[in-house]
Design a protein around this ligand. Sequence first.
Ligand SMILES: [Zn+2]
Length: 447
Amino acid sequence: MVINFIDTFLQKLLLETVAQAHDHSPFWHEQLEATHEKAPLDAFLLLPVLSKTRAIAAGKNLYNQSLNHLQDRVYLSSGTTRTNNESLFIRRQACENEALHEFYKLEQKQHETTTAIKKTTVFECFNVFHGLPSEQPENVFRAPWMYQVNFPELAFTALEDALVYSQGSIDLVRGSVSALLTLALIAVDRGLNLAKYQTKIVSTNSYELTPRVKTILQQVYQPRVILNSYSLTEMPGSASKCPFCKAFHFGEPPIYIEYFSPYDAMLKLEPTAGAIARLVLTTLYPFVQRTPLLRFDTGDLVRIHSFCEEQSRWGFVPVGRAASSIFVPCDDGMQPIVLSGEFYSIVDSIPEIKRHPHPIEVLGILPGNRLGMPQSQLFWREQTLIIQLAVNEPAHHAAIQKQILDGLCATHPLFKKKLQDGLAIKFEFREILEPLTTANVNLQLGK
Ligand SMILES: [Zn+2]
């Protein structure tokens, strides 16, 4: 079978990845043997996608058994920050450190060739659960993002140090949306002026930057630019917005990307501009060796943007979770009428909607209810689209309903059309909503 849409470089890495996984990981050995294909690429293309639940159930059998590191560790997923529910993910520190090491080597090469980058002052909130940075360049000032009472003090001290080093202007402030939002809100509460850092770029990752959060970050840090990247706890690196095509591409280390049908995990799609697809990713050897993930189903939907001539690959735009997006049958197959990312942006802008408690708030570091995910969900019940919301009373239910329906109509012409055609929708207002069950995986790995 010929695949002509990946370049030789990725194909070479993929071949090596499959060979390594076949030879050293019991789980992948079994899976690849079951395809009865001798050629690694053909066997790979017959593999079913790997769900997170299945990967966790596979446990240590996923690991490359020829590598015998001690760091068989599992970390809590960032799903915790959204729902306050513990879930587990399978990336291990050893794997991440390898990837980071390669990444920094590449970054270092760029530094050597570009003196302008060498002088850049960076403030970074790094997630301790994602592995510790292997190097400490003098121009990078770090604070560990963790749910501990001294987080703000460590971060504000690092910011001050960065300011002194940079002599007046910090080039880049980066971290997860939660970390940078936490600092921004604490600064507002304490009357601290973060605009004095004259930040050029604020760069966020981990999850979607809603208009509400973007406004807060803009007002507090007052950067020239805010960038958002797409990342997953299971994958090294991240995808960021391309200056040429304005869509997302993964940077270093390289990741092998495939697109699958949003509602049929067996159906691989050829990239088509505008199509909504499920993002399926494969980590590549030698950047990830400890826990090879082949055809890992991110559970995330993307809109395939266009083929980027500049980068010679397709760009994509994340649009939310597959499990909480709503599709309806149409003449040309199933089509989305609500994409969870867009729905989330709408409910995030409505102050009456309660939020799931965020660990930082539970610890009392930040008062109020401003960090967690909005308590909302939508799903089909028989032929009716149910929208459940937990709201602070007194709330004007009719106004909230209107705001959500108007928002959905504005983002999806098809939603508007179905609504006009008599789509049944029921709003249910609750005092509290249980966190989504996708985070309720309670298995441990490697302990
Ligand atoms: Zn591009």
